[in-house]
Design a protein around this ligand. Structure first.
Ligand code: SAM
Length: 327
């Protein structure tokens, strides 16, 4: 029961992330035409949280867009995207609605989360339209949505449950999704590994490195809480009743790089989110969003941003670029 409670709490972190992203969308930090179809509760977040989410969402979108640009063949997306612990992420719909999608898009999460995601898709004509395909005879082919099982199978899109602590169950979902392990693949772990212990993270990353010949894994994570700000950050997460795996020694930038190379990624790198925000996020977007809300606690902002990072590991002949989210 303890693990069950902790799992439920971890699934709740998805509500939190989605509500924060919705807060950004309402204020104009970034556009997301689909998130309101998943998120029911609206709350305005403080400026610092909004700006932090903007940095995270913008950097990951840049990585996704860069990847598609490099893998697209004659206008058709050649690569694949796999999002582990995807929550209610809407990148797939953003890409499909602008006809820039990859060959396959796979999303995995706990069953409770994939069930609620599938239910939202079932309820929304707009999402069902985007998921539908035009068959060879010109007739509309609906995606197969099973909200009870938490699965959706559509043209190029696959959603299914798995426990990321069990790499074999993840591998089974990938097999069933008909990803091509030889094709270039971008694997997203956005704010997910913080909820896995060290061994589970290692096993999962090793399985990915062994399975995909040509891939880039991109991880957004919390780092180094060895100062009062870091400890406050961890406290905030834990005080929501959501204990992070206690045995995990909190990672640093260096430990991310080591982890990725230990797991079999040939090249790896890491930037903390302050660096990402100041050096990698498209400057015009940064300037535009800085006018939305005023931040007077710059010192605190810098400290908090130094406690999150984006790390990445590459394997294979395909090169997404030195840094996947380079503007
Ligand atoms: N990636 C999404 C985003 O950034 O908006 C959601 C992030 S949310 C903070 C963490 C997600 O990881 C939740 O949806 C949670 O259910 C999922 N997750 C955590 N541990 C998991 C596990 N062992 N198996 C499957 N999903 C897991």
């Amino acid at each position: 029961p303890l693990r069950h409670d902790a799992d439920r709490c971890i699934q709740g972190t998805n509500d939190d992330a989605s509500i924060s992203k919705m807060s950004c969308v309402s204020l104009g930090y970034f556009q997301d035409d689909f998130i309101h179809l998943f998120v029911r509760r609206r709350t305005r977040r403080p400026p610092m949280i909004n700006r932090g989410y903007f940095a995270r969402v913008q950097a990951i979108r840049q990585a996704v867009d860069n990847f598609l640009e490099r893998t697209s063949r004659g206008g058709e997306g050649g690569g694949q995207i796999v999002s582990l612990g995807a929550g209610w992420d809407t990148n797939f719909f953003r890409l499909r609605s602008s006809s820039r999608e990859p060959a396959r898009y796979v999303e995995v999460d706990h069953r409770e989360v994939t069930c609620s995601k599938a239910r939202s898709m079932m309820k929304s004509p707009a999402l069902r339209d985007l998921l539908a395909d035009v068959g060879e005879d010109g007739a509309r082919e609906e995606a197969v949505i099973d909200a009870g099982a938490g699965t959706v199978r559509g043209r190029g899109y696959y959603l299914a449950p798995a426990d990321l602590r069990d790499p074999e169950s993840v591998r089974k979902v990938l097999d069933a999704s008909s990803v091509d392990y030889r094709e270039p693949t971008l694997i997203l772990l956005e704010c997910v590994v913080a909820y896995l212990d060290g061994k589970a993270t290692k096993d999962l990353l090793s399985m990915i490195a062994e399975s995909f010949g040509d891939c880039c894994v991109l991880i957004y994570d919390m780092i180094g809480p060895d100062d009062p700000f870091g400890q406050q950050l961890i406290f905030n997460v834990e005080s929501r009743g959501c204990p992070l795996p206690g045995i995990r020694s909190y990672p640093t930038k260096e430990s991310h790089v080591k982890l990725l190379s230990d797991c079999g990624f040939a090249r790896s790198g890491v930037h903390d989110m302050r660096e990402v925000y100041e050096k990698h996020v498209v400057a015009e977007e940064r300037k535009r969003t800085e006018r939305i809300e005023f931040l007077d606690e710059l010192e605190e902002w810098h400290l908090i941003m130094a406690h999150y990072c984006l790390s990445y590991g590459h394997n294979g002949v395909f090169e997404i670029g030195e840094c996947p989210f380079e503007a």
